[in-house]
Design a protein around this ligand. Structure first.
Ligand code: ADP
Ligand code: MG
Length: 392
């Protein structure tokens, strides 16, 4: 069963009637530009074919109720209570339900709509985005909810505003201090293209990838090591970036050039220095990747992916042995480039390969994991795909 029909079936089974419609939003992979988003820098993600679908139906009262194939229990809240619950009492809501209910809250706040005027709604979610794999199932559930509620409630928000609503929900209603990249990719995705995003201005430009025409495929190697963004390592990296920017007297690491790094060396400890060096060089690699894609096409970006991985492994220290093994195995098996993608501490690696190398890279990843005593990875290809929309 597809995730869209699963959402409809879940809706019918739990609520006893057919939904009014289904909407969906994709997960994403980030081609390059990691931990640059909250530093006001550059990223180059694309939406993937894996999507979270939501089946929606109106209610006669003013209750918002959510269910998901992900969790047995339904969660209900009066629309009028959203403002009391978020963010102060968010702990009273089951964690997964903070994503969709947080989006409802953030949507009404962004549009200054009086919750008392909003009709209740039932939402049923199903997804084929792997959760916690670094493919942003969180942005997918936020994006699906945001577009479904916006169209149903007749709100007037463009796609960039909907991405911001998703981020607000994730930051304030869930409590995960993430950037805007995932939501922008999920809202703005295009077939066969990436989104070159300036995270300061939120200017987003579509960059053709041309994987098909070049005979390339993008392989995802999900290590099945789950990460937890809301905790430890992610916050520490953000704090180090803020320390680096403060030491140089700039608003964000976006404003630091590779040349400035010499000056920084005397101002901060070695760990902070390396954290900053990752972000500054990664911003430059995103700019280089965009130029290379435009001038030479996708086969020429492999070395930038490899350099990005080395920087995350050695300077930002967010890789894990499983990710390093996936990257090395892919490169040994003939990938043009490979790197971990997403926030790190687990999740997935990506490998850019010619189509005739997909099987060899897949086999090599499985063999390398087995040889290291790691649990088997999940390996699949992703295609640059359209963003959030009502399902046909
Ligand atoms: P990632 O975005 O990398 O997949 P996150 O930790 O950011 O990982 O988000 C995963 C969380 O999002 C899940 O633990 C769950 O709370 C929520 N979530 C994602 N997809 C769904 C879904 N289809 N149904 C319910 N909750 C979901
Ligand atoms: Mg996420």
């Amino acid at each position: 069963m597809t995730a869209a029909s699963e959402a409809r079936a879940l809706f019918a089974a739990r609520f006893g009637h057919e939904p009014a419609g289904t909407w969906s939003a994709p997960g994403r992979v980030n081609l390059i530009g990691e931990h640059t988003d909250y530093n006001d820098g550059f990223v180059l993600p694309f939406a993937i074919q894996h999507r979270t679908h939501v089946a929606l139906g109106p209610r006669a009262d003013a209750v918002i109720r959510v269910v998901s194939t992900f969790d047995d229990a339904a969660v209900e809240l009066d629309v009028a209570r959203l403002d009391a619950v978020f963010p102060a009492e968010r702990e009273t809501v089951a964690e997964w339900a903070r994503y969709p209910l947080g989006v409802a809250w953030a949507l009404l706040r962004a549009t200054e709509v009086d919750p008392a005027t909003v009709p209740g709604i039932d939402l049923a979610f199903a997804s084929d985005v792997p959760v916690g794999a670094g493919l942003s199932s969180s942005a997918a559930i936020e994006g699906a909810t945001a577009i479904a509620l916006t169209e149903t409630w007749g709100l007037d928000l463009d796609r960039v505003a909907l991405a911001q609503v998703g981020r607000t929900a994730e930051n304030e209603a869930v409590g995960a201090p993430t950037g805007i990249m995932d939501q922008m990719a999920s809202m703005l995705g295009r077939r066969d293209a990436a989104i070159f995003l300036d995270c300061r201005s939120l200017d987003a430009v579509t960059v053709d990838l041309g994987f098909d025409a070049a005979g390339l495929a993008l392989v995802v190697i999900d290590t099945n090591v789950t990460h937890a963004h809301s905790t430890g390592g992610y916050r520490e990296r953000r704090a180090a970036c803020e320390r680096g920017a403060a030491a140089l007297g700039v608003p964000a690491l976006r404003d630091v050039s590779e040349h400035d790094l010499e000056r920084l060396a005397g101002l901060v400890d070695d760990t902070t220095f390396r954290r900053v060096r990752h972000v500054v060089t990664e911003d430059q690699r995103v700019l280089d990747a965009v130029r290379t894609l435009r001038e030479q096409g996708p086969t020429a970006i492999g070395d930038l992916l490899v350099a990005s991985h080395a920087s995350m492994r050695d300077d930002f220290e967010i890789s894990v042995p499983e990710l390093d093994t996936a990257v090395e195995a892919a490169l040994d098996a003939g990938a043009l480039g490979a790197r971990m993608t997403g926030g790190g501490f687990g999740g997935a690696a990506i490998a850019l390969v010619t189509r005739d190398h997909v099987d060899a890279v897949t086999d090599a990843a499985h063999a390398a994991f087995a040889a290291s005593g790691f649990a088997a990875p999940t390996v699949f290809t992703v295609a640059p795909s359209p963003g959030a929309a009502r399902d046909a």
